[in-house]
Design a protein around this ligand. Structure first.
Ligand code: AHR
Length: 645
């Protein structure tokens, strides 16, 4: 008898679970707000060897021998090699090396570069070896460059003749006979006598858009594939520097690459357990190249400049420039606007034109300060706001709300930003899975009249280990339904950080991981990409029993219309452990179609993509038949679905 009753209840329960339907109303004729066409962007910082050793395709580390206090870092020398700092060709990178072969060539003289955790080369590909040299000998002198793989096999060699007492640039192509991720480059003097060498460089011939001072093709392509609406650069804490002297100064990053003064990287000794004393910024990827990439990606440039504070996380060592010396920093901001937007005859626009871009870059945004807090930030920011507004009223100024997503400083900074009337406020949140799920309603009650939100850095940090697993991606997808629903408040959004070298990272998790040969896109990447590719033009009210879907039974949803493409796009996240049956009724939708496209992202919660298994979690597409504008969707447990109708 008891057994029969038990079976009866199991039947009733399973019947009710599997047939519970969620009737969702999508009001198609009354968009609640339009969506900024540049809403989903990228945040780039040279952290985790993201620029030097990453996106920037240079393969030689410390090519100009100017790493602070360690001019030979990254190099091993043999024979007679000495470092010089007088009489070099580049005043802002003064060091170079002198190679001498005194008597015979038995032991030889030369130097070997270790690259960025090795030099990655691919069989059959060409590499452009270049350097500056001079020789006081009255004969031509032979310089050889040879790539050697991790097992000491020769990979490719080139010899270049050098002649004359004046510094000149030399170059040649070297073809790799095999592939290896951890080669070294041996540069040697093959003649008797003396030669000075400077700015020794090796680039793949194939770079993004075939530019000489180019970017790694696969990484740039992965960024382009996100269709980023905006591109925030150059950081992050790197903007602020370890101290004011090492802050990011954009003027040092333009002009000929050889004479851009090397600077230490903010992330070289930040973490004791992640000590990278060899992490410097060559600035080969500088502001001109950033603007160029923005153009390539059709992204709005969004530079961030120092507001006169060094990184405030450097407890006890932070520096703030005296207020009466702030004008130089404000001038940097005004000059940057001229560099980006001024005519080719203006002082800074002329430099842009000389670098090969006479047309303006049409920069619209400028952020002042990264993660500042304390009683002084708004006073400093005000000085910038006044002068920028006066000279360039069209520029949208971005202020910050500190490093926290809530709390006393956040509560203090927001009203200050409002009273300064900045256009956008940068919010950062590196938070837990639960935080992200709860934050799906974060913006529902934000002030509609104040500055807009720039969700400038966010990432779900899972516990106990921070991972780019599916759990984190799903939580971000759920959070973004709330961002999308509140597109009148949140104008810009970007995940952070963007890039990480698997052998040289300081921060985890990151959107894209790479080694010297390959890259892998995290599931978080695909979430960002789906939001960006299917962003629509206007938000549609989407409700269950009159309320937005923001976590009821683990369901999160938002809908948009794309007026240009004539599409309704619905995004649904199911974080629960059971399948959900949803029926979306498109209220007042006159068009009727027989099919919809369904794109879904689904995996075990702890699953990850890796370099060896990069496609474990990727979006899958299928076609759904539709009748009477009723979109009936069975959303698998723990999955993210985008429906395009
Ligand atoms: O994204 C990594 C760091 O996090 C950024 O440099 C900084 O803005 C934040 O603290």
């Amino acid at each position: 008898m008891k057994k029969t009753l038990f079976i009866f209840w199991v039947f009733i329960l399973s019947f009710s679970t599997s047939f519970a339907q969620y009737e969702v109303q999508v009001e198609t004729k009354k968009p609640t707000t339009n969506i900024q066409s540049d809403m989903y962007g990228i945040f780039f910082e040279d952290i985790n060897f993201g620029a030097d050793g990453g996106l920037y395709a240079e393969l030689v580390k410390n090519r100009s021998f100017d790493f602070t206090n360690s001019p030979l870092m990254g190099w091993n020398t043999y024979g007679l090699v000495s470092v010089q700092n007088q009489g070099g060709p580049f005043d802002r990178n003064p060091h170079y090396v002198k190679l001498t072969n005194k008597y015979e060539l038995l032991t030889g003289t030369g130097l070997i570069n270790e690259g960025f955790k090795g030099i990655g080369v691919k069989e059959g590909e060409n590499y452009r070896f270049s350097f500056y040299a001079r020789s006081k000998e009255n004969k031509s002198m032979k310089i050889a460059a040879e790539l050697i793989d991790s097992k000491n096999n020769p990979v490719g060699k080139i010899e270049v003749e050098v002649y004359g007492k004046e510094w000149k640039k030399y170059q040649g192509l070297l073809t790799a006979k095999l592939s290896d991720a951890h080669c070294q480059l041996n540069v040697s003097l093959q003649s008797l006598g003396e030669v000075d060498l400077e700015h020794i460089s090796l680039f793949p011939s194939k770079t993004w858009k075939s530019r000489e001072n180019g970017m790694r093709e696969d990484i740039a392509q992965a960024l382009a594939d996100l269709k980023p609406g905006f591109f925030r650069f150059p950081g992050g804490c790197i903007v602020e520097g370890n101290n004011l002297a090492t802050r990011y100064q954009w003027k040092n990053t333009i002009g000929p690459v050889e004479n851009r003064p090397v600077n230490e990287n903010r992330w070289n000794y930040e973490f004791k357990h992640k000590f990278f004393p060899d992490y410097f910024q060559s600035y080969g990827l500088g502001f001109f190249e950033y603007f160029e990439l923005c153009e390539d990606f059709s992204s709005e440039p969004l530079p961030v400049l120092s507001c006169g504070f060094s990184c405030q996380f450097q407890k006890g060592r932070e520096e703030i420039v005296p207020l009466d010396s702030l004008q130089a920093y404000i001038d940097d901001a005004l000059d940057l606007i001229e560099f980006a937007n001024g005519s080719a005859s203006s002082r800074w626009g002329k430099i842009r034109a000389e670098m090969g871009h006479p047309a303006p870059f049409n920069m619209k945004y400028l952020a002042i300060g990264n993660e500042q807090w304390g009683p002084l930030y708004h006073i400093y920011l005000e000085a910038f706001v006044k002068q920028i507004r006066k000279k360039y009223p069209e520029i949208k100024i971005i202020g910050g709300s500190g490093p926290d997503s809530e709390g006393a400083e956040f509560e203090r900074l927001w009203p200050q930003m409002k009273s300064l009337k900045v256009d956008l406020v940068d919010e950062h949140f590196y938070r837990s899975t639960d935080w992200f799920l709860n934050a799906a309603t974060r913006y529902d009650n934000y002030d509609r009249k104040g500055p807009k939100v720039f969700a400038g850095e966010y990432a779900c940090h899972t516990s106990p280990v921070k991972k780019n697993n599916f759990e984190s991606a799903l939580a971000e997808a759920a959070f973004l339904t709330g961002v999308e629903r509140n597109a009148d408040v949140v104008h810009l959004a970007a995940y952070a950080p963007l890039l990480a070298h698997v052998d040289a990272w300081q921060w985890n998790p990151n959107l894209i991981w790479f080694d010297n040969m390959r890259l892998v896109k995290s599931p978080n990447y695909y979430v960002q990409q789906l939001y960006s590719h299917y962003m629509g033009t206007d938000v549609l009210k989407t409700s269950l029993k009159g309320k937005p879907l923001a976590g009821q039974d683990g369901i999160y949803a938002s809908s948009v219309i794309d007026k240009n493409k004539g599409q309704i796009i619905i995004k649904v996240v199911n974080t629960s452990t059971s399948e959900k049956d949803l029926v979306f009724s498109l209220i007042d939708y006159k068009q009727s179609k027989s099919q919809a496209k369904i794109i879904s992202l689904k995996a075990e919660m702890d699953a990850e993509n890796t370099l060896d298994n990069p496609f474990a979690i990727v979006p899958k597409e299928e076609i759904l038949s539709i009748k009477d504008n009723k979109l009936n969707l069975k959303i698998e447990a723990q999955s993210f679905v985008v429906l395009v109708y």
